[in-house]
Design a protein around this ligand. Structure first.
Ligand SMILES: [Zn+2]
Length: 278
């Protein structure tokens, strides 16, 4: 099965360009399952999707899990507003939702109705403070907490978590604070603590090392470029996108490819991550 995670930059794309991006996913990348952010899946595709804000012209998009293969069926995991979960626990298949539209969760079923894994499209939506400062860690850490019901059983019931987390342990911009870098490392540590493997890190020997990476990981650096600020080729090579899978799935991971191709950059300011699973 081929899974593609991609931030599709819906808001800043023309209607024809959005259509081309979905064709690229289907015809060029040949995705069976798309885990997308800043996206709005076309009608007619089986998807689990809610826009962040349908009424707001800048937020008529969100995270989605989309079945492109006719052999896959999606079963949406119901979400309950976080405020409604304080006194009453959610049902077994439900999950709290602190930021509707930024995280989509679907059980992925095979042709015979068997559950293959749970797919999570996760988007680190920025949180703006009263003084105008923006943080991506704040909402992402809340959303990881929302997923506890899925992550806590991920050793028995496999999980794929992928998306534009808007986080990196690189120095992504000049005034980045150590707190932001540490907050990113903490988010990755939380995912690993639930028994998840970072696919890009796991396959780092399969690709050339990112030249002059700004991280402090030394020889352990596994960063790749998945984002171009303003889609400029001269922008600092930054990784904001990730794909994690349950440790039990890693023997099935044949390939993890970052599609740093001009065709992809023509369609979004992020490039896709492709997971090839047997
Ligand atoms: Zn690095």
């Amino acid at each position: 099965m081929r899974i593609v995670s991609w931030n599709m930059n819906h808001c800043l794309r023309s209607i024809p360009a959005r259509k081309l991006a979905w064709e690229y996913l289907r015809d060029e990348l040949k995705a069976d399952l798309a885990i997308v952010q800043e996206a709005s899946p076309p009608k007619g595709l089986m998807s689990v999707y809610h826009p962040i804000n349908e009424k707001h012209p800048r937020y008529r998009w969100g995270s989605a899990v989309v079945a492109l293969s006719p052999d896959l069926v999606l079963r949406e995991r119901p979400r309950v507003p976080l405020a409604d979960c304080q006194m009453k626990p959610v049902a077994a298949n439900e999950l709290p939702d602190s930021h509707p539209g930024a995280c989509a969760v679907a059980d992925v079923l095979g042709a015979h109705g068997q559950t293959l894994f749970t797919a999570i499209s996760l988007y680190g939506q920025w949180e703006v403070m009263g003084n105008g400062q923006m943080y991506s860690c704040a909402r992402l850490h809340r959303m990881i907490s929302d997923l506890t019901g899925v992550l806590a059983t991920s050793r028995r019931k496999p999980v794929v978590v992928a998306g534009d987390l808007n986080l990196t342990t690189q120095v992504a911009y000049e005034k980045q604070t150590q707190a932001e870098t540490d907050g990113a490392a903490a988010a990755f540590a939380r995912l690993r603590a639930w028994g998840l493997t970072d696919c890009i890190s796991h396959t780092r020997t399969s690709r050339p090392r990112l030249p002059n990476c700004s991280c402090s990981d030394g020889d352990n650096c596994s960063h790749v470029q998945t984002f171009r600020l303003g889609n400029r080729t001269s922008s600092r090579p930054t990784q904001l996108d990730y794909a994690f899978i349950s440790n039990s799935m890693t023997p099935k991971l044949k390939e993890c490819r970052v599609v740093h191709d001009e065709a992809a950059w023509q369609l979004s300011d992020h490039c896709p991550i492709v997971l090839e699973l047997t």
